[in-house]
Design a protein around this ligand. Structure first.
Ligand code: GDP
Length: 300
């Protein structure tokens, strides 16, 4: 999992300074909130999220609701913990399935964000849970993408539906649509559609993804974002929200040297839940996302 090293250290250090206080004055609270603000900004959390977060923490720390059974430092830690859980999306949100199979899960995100790897991981997890997933290769932009999906599909033990003469070569929308039809005929209960990504947000790409969305009517559209993205995460997420109206977020590369900013910003800014954390290059490196566990890790 992401270390959140610096952020975690900074927050823990801030709370340590409070430990000796008998009760907190308004200036103690302000000082603490300032430190929290600095720590979050250094971790690349989006400014709008930092502002709201620190305002909420300040208001609650100064209010009468504080738990009298806890000392001042513990009170602040509890408030920060609860606010972290809130910006990470609150309750855990599980993957949603269709009432009538096949469920359609579409992936979207920038090139290199980890979509294809995640497609393999998700297929493996679903297989392990007793499903019969079909991977659909609708990323026809990158020359090697279909091949890469075939490799992860094989590792996951899942069938891959790829374009061949006759099933829509060159047209990702047709491939996606005929892939879903194929799943229906062959009784795959879930399809995972891998779509093309570009290095930056791109109108053509968005139009294509939006067409695939309309053509396949997915139960979930998952936006895969590289946790190492930094401040750009928010703009990228907003562009994809506008373009494909995703229903959930996958944080990838959480095993990397992420400062935590993307993770801590995207759910809050888009109002869409983080459903999975992808944390390694092997197919087993996938976890369901729990906002409360993530918050505890940060404050550990
Ligand atoms: P796509 O272009 O969005 O399909 O991205 P890929 O799935 O091809 O991933 C891009 C690179 O990131 C590849 O080298 C992957 O091995 C690597 N990668 C993907 N997910 C993870 C992850 O969770 N952790 C790490 N460390 N690397 C990852």
């Amino acid at each position: 999992m992401a270390t959140f090293g610096t952020l975690s250290d900074r927050l823990v250090e801030t709370f340590k300074n409070l430990r000796t206080k008998g009760r907190l004055s308004a200036s103690d609270v302000d000082g603490t909130v300032r430190e929290i603000r600095r720590a979050l900004l250094e971790a690349d959390v989006a400014l709008e999220v930092v502002k709201k977060f620190t305002a909420d923490v300040r208001e609650r720390a100064l209010s009468d609701e504080v738990n009298k059974a806890l000392n001042p430092a513990q009170q602040v830690v509890q408030i920060v913990n609860e606010e972290l859980v809130a910006i990470l999306g609150g309750e855990q949100r599980k993957l949603q399935f269709a009432k009538t199979p096949p469920s359609v899960i579409m992936l979207a995100g920038l090139q290199g964000s980890g979509k294809t790897t995640f497609a393999g991981k998700l297929a493996k997890k679903l297989k392990d849970d007793g499903h019969t997933p079909l991977l659909i290769a609708a990323d026809l932009q990158r020359p090697n993408a279909v091949n890469q999906l075939q490799v992860v599909g094989e590792q996951a033990g899942a069938t891959v539906y790829a374009p061949e003469p006759g099933n829509g070569v060159g047209d990702p929308v047709k491939v996606a649509r005929s892939g879903v039809e194929f799943a229906r005929q062959k009784q795959h209960d879930i399809v995972i559609i891998d779509t093309a990504g570009r290095l930056g947000v791109d109108e053509e790409l968005m139009k294509q993804a939006s067409k695939i969305r309309r053509a396949t009517d997915p139960d979930e559209v998952l936006f895969v974002i590289d946790s190492l993205t930094g401040q750009d995460a928010v703009n990228t997420a907003r562009a994809f929200q506008e373009g494909v109206d995703f229903t959930g977020v996958v944080l990838s590369k959480l095993d990397g040297d992420s400062k935590g900013g993307a993770a801590l910003s995207v759910a809050s800014v888009t109002g869409r839940p983080i459903i999975f954390a992808s944390n390694g290059e092997t197919l087993d490196a996938l976890e369901e996302f729990h906002p409360d566990r993530m918050a505890s890790r940060i404050l550990d």
